[in-house]
Design a protein around this ligand. Structure first.
Ligand code: ZN
Length: 166
């Protein structure tokens, strides 16, 4: 089921999400709905607070920076903890499904290592680089009530719609 995406200035976007403790049927439904909502938007990532649920879970679906024909990879990550980020950073232009019509230049680490749990509660660890690392950092920020506009060097309203909303 596609859920409604919450947009600014909804207070839920500024609150801290709680850890997921029950990987039960209700949680599976939330994850399925988040995937469906992300795809319908369309977007490449979504965090639970963006559908009004203060639980620490994100979904990301992204391919390969270098190879457009590569298949998309779907990630579901609950209770993410960032283990390390690179000192090397990159400035990229981000948009957000919760801040329609705006984009901003955001400087973020180029790579990260993150651990957490998959949708069934199993421990997982991901090493990520490039645009997918940026998407993860953007989504994990949502779990802490942080929006890209807080980090942006500058924001503006583009004439063209943004392809990769998160
Ligand atoms: Zn966002």
């Amino acid at each position: 089921m596609v859920r409604e995406i919450v947009t600014v200035p909804a207070p839920v976007l500024r609150q801290k999400a709680r850890p997921v403790t029950r990987f039960d049927g209700k949680f599976q439904k939330l994850v399925d709905d988040m995937i469906e909502t992300m795809r319908a938007a369309p977007g490449v990532g979504l965090a639970a607070p963006q559908v009004g649920v203060l639980q620490q879970v994100i979904v990301v679906e992204y391919g390969d920076d270098e190879d457009e024909s590569a298949p998309l990879q779907l990630y579901v990550l609950a209770n993410p903890k960032i283990l390390r980020v690179s000192e090397e950073t990159e400035i990229g232009v981000e948009g957000c499904l919760s801040i329609p019509g705006w984009v901003g230049e955001v400087e973020r680490p180029l790579t990260l290592e993150v651990r957490g749990q998959d949708r069934y509660g199993k421990s997982v660890r991901h090493r990520l680089a490039g645009w997918v690392a940026r998407i993860f950092l953007h989504e994990i920020d949502h779990l802490h009530g942080v929006l890209f506009t807080d980090r942006a060097l500058r924001v503006w309203q583009p004439e063209e719609p943004v392809p990769d909303n998160v």
